[in-house]
Design a protein around this ligand. Sequence first.
Ligand code: FE2
Length: 387
Amino acid sequence: MAVIRRGEIPRPPHGVDENQDLIYTQKGFFGDWVHVFRHHNLGVPASWSDDDLVWGGADTGLLAPTDLDKPSGEPLLLLEGDGVRVLVSRRSQVAPFAEKNADYHQIRFYHRGEFVIETELGPLTAGPGDFVVVGKGLIIRERPSTSDNFVLIFESAEEIVCAEAMWDSVGFTSFFVDYSDMGLPVPGRPSEAGQTDVRVWSEGRWHQLTYHFDPCTDVIGWMGDPVIYRLNVEDVPAPGTSRGFLPPPAHAVLMTESKSWFFNVLGVPPSPTQPAPLGSFGAPAHSNDYDEVWFNHASQFLPHNLGHMWLFPRTVPHPGFKRPPSHPPNPVTKYDEIKINFDTRAKLHWTPEAKEAFLEGDVRTNGFLSLNGVPPGGVAGRERGGT
Ligand SMILES: [Fe+2]
């Protein structure tokens, strides 16, 4: 379809000036779109009839799943929707059973802690910044070697694929995601452990299978596709342009074939080389029919925001944080800044337990300071004629 324009276009869409941008997209980020130039930010309403209509954030570090101090405990559900769940586990001791999830594939994001994950295909290690994909129905058992642990679990009823598949239609782009550094379970020497219980999540509740052996320690070999594997946030550079921000699917690492969700790792993108009004830094306000989850994994500049999780619902545009670009001083240094982002067609709802950890104060101020690290006056309040 041809891209058309009407009215005043004050500058290129990648630039920034006294006007606000709003990007409206359909089918998540995969359908028709329009880039709107306007006077105000639609992501910042004056009031709302229900808190679930607007963005909300929680300090997940305040949450205490029952697996924090009970070996037989379980993760805590934070968000749920059709075919998607987000949970947190803080397991500090190995469980007296192995686990099998018959309802969901998983991305297990290791925010804190060191683990050996025993699996049906052999052991795999995991530490901070690792994320492990576990195919639906595979048996695992986490053995933590640290006590202060934090694992964010994204569950999907649909199969998980590498987001490289998204770029096939345009040819080789790579975006430098290093899937070749994928960690795979390697069978070790089988051990003859005795009777083993397997806790099974099926049709929305726990069940149990019992074997006369340990299914995670008797494997001697396997061949086939990667159905359980580990990647790390450092395998995913943050792509950028000389003029402006690349929207979320450019940062996707994992997804479903139907694009019902995609999982992004966002490091610090390169600073644009063009000054305003041609260049800009950060996402503009945007609106679509997916819900969006954010998690602060690493932040050297805003360490008090580590572990903050945000849900940006489809009912209000995301206000963005587009602003004039600036350059970091030389010498070039590594920034330790990583956010995890999950965009999903599923309408997500916070659980009452997660709401117990909601950030206090004005959700708008919290949203800008916690997630974007900028005061709202620098972006949302940037009215026509302002700075
Ligand atoms: Fe967004």
